[in-house]
Design a protein around this ligand. Structure first.
Ligand SMILES: C[S@@+](CC[C@H](N)C(=O)[O-])C[C@H]1O[C@@H](n2cnc3c(N)ncnc32)[C@H](O)[C@@H]1O
Length: 364
């Protein structure tokens, strides 16, 4: 098991994503004799060993399944312990492709934070690339390093405990030569001047700065311009999840019958109150309520209002609709992209060669 390669069967020591529901994924390390306790019941780890990844495990009470999934950066982003705000998949996937990060890329990331984006970067650059990730908060840095070790990412990254705004990105004895830089910092404009010595000057380098406020974007754009970055563009990713759902069909005739039933019950209630007033005197009227039968009769209700109805219940008519999911976990920020083009060194030899080439072309 690893975030950078796939295997088919679960073995002892594997890191498995126990998928309980869309909003509840529990990462576990499978160990003989241990148990996974969930609100659906207890699952012995022994029952997981040898199963193919993706298997369903029936809950002990037989009311549904949990799924044993192979770890991916996307699942990790949905389940990781938050130490900071994190970058979610709609942003990270866009940034990775927009900066042209591929297997073999050399990338700088600051700050590391909760390591959400770190996992996505590593999966993309492996097996031959390198990620240089920086975090100035000591505890967060230590937690990140131990997580990266546990997830077997350390061979693809160098994590440094450093304030990049004050001390830059250089690492003694290491040629960084980054083709892509991602800054998720409160003040990226303070880090940008330090990038010159660590980005590649062989090819184009690309940068993305992730900032929630437009005031931060303005300062970042100024710093990028002052430090030789061009083609500056700001983008915002807004993502909507669409779901297919069932909506109950309500016939007009049923609605009319229901309204008539409500009216009939109102009139019966008024009549009952009047009788009580005659029996006990008008001052008691307000306190006397019609007793409810044990099997609460809710009257004619073709739509099940007041009852708990499971979506798709065969006793009702439904039609399929698509709905957008209201709450989506994305920390929306402005993404400021730019490129750094290496300066062309023009020497006499180049000019001479160019002239000869032009002369040759003219003669043809
Ligand atoms: C929003 S979090 C990054 C989250 C990360 N991108 C993720 O997906 O999990 C920002 C991190 O930058 C760190 N940070 C802030 N200023 C820094 C600096 N000057 N140098 C290094 N790290 C810094 C903070 O401690 C924090 O952990």
């Amino acid at each position: 098991m690893s975030f950078t390669s796939f295997k088919t069967k679960i073995e002892e020591g594997d890191f498995v994503m126990a998928y309980l529901s869309r909003t509840h994924i529990k990462p576990i390390i499978v160990k003989k004799g241990e148990k996974l306790n969930t609100r659906f019941g207890t699952f012995p780890h022994d029952s997981m060993i040898g199963l193919p990844y993706g298997s369903q495990l029936m809950t002990p009470k037989g009311r549904g399944f949990i799924y044993l999934l192979h770890p991916t950066p996307e699942l990790w982003t949905m389940s990781l312990p938050h130490r900071t705000q994190i970058v979610y998949t709609p942003d990270s996937s866009y940034i990775v492709q927009r900066m042209g990060v591929i297997p073999g890329s050399r990338v700088i990331e600051a700050g590391t934070g909760s390591g959400s984006f770190t996992h996505a970067f590593v999966r993309t650059i492996a097996p031959t690339g390198k990620l240089f990730t920086y975090e100035f908060h000591k505890e967060r840095y230590e937690q990140a390093v131990s997580e990266f070790k546990e997830h077997k990412l350390q061979e693809y990254l160098i994590c440094t405990n450093r304030d990049v705004c004050a001390d830059g990105f250089d690492i003694d004895g290491t040629k960084i030569d980054a083709e892509a830089v991602f800054l998720d910092l409160p003040s990226p404009w303070e880090a940008i001047p330090h990038l010159k010595s660590v980005i590649t000057h062989e090819t184009e380098a690309r940068i993305c700065c992730f900032s929630p406020c437009v005031e931060q974007v303005l300062k970042t754009v100024t710093a990028l311009q002052e430090n030789g970055w061009t083609k500056i563009e700001m983008t915002e990713v807004s993502s909507l999840l669409w779901e297919s759902r069932k909506v109950m069909i309500r016939e007009l005739d049923d609605a009319i019958k229901r309204l008539k039933d409500v009216k009939k019950r109102q009139l019966e209630g008024i009549e009952y109150m009047k009788q009580m007033a005659v029996k006990y005197g008008s001052n008691k009227q307000a306190k006397v309520h019609k007793p409810r039968s044990k099997n609460r009769d809710r009257g004619f209700n073709p739509f099940g209002k007041g009852f708990h109805i499971i979506e798709g219940d065969e006793n009702y008519k439904w039609f399929d609709v698509s709905k957008e999911q209201k709450e989506i976990k994305t920390h929306t920020s402005y993404l400021t992209f730019a490129i750094h083009v290496p300066q062309l060194v023009v020497n006499d030899e180049n000019i001479e060669k160019q002239e000869t080439d032009t002369e040759k072309a003219d003669k043809l």
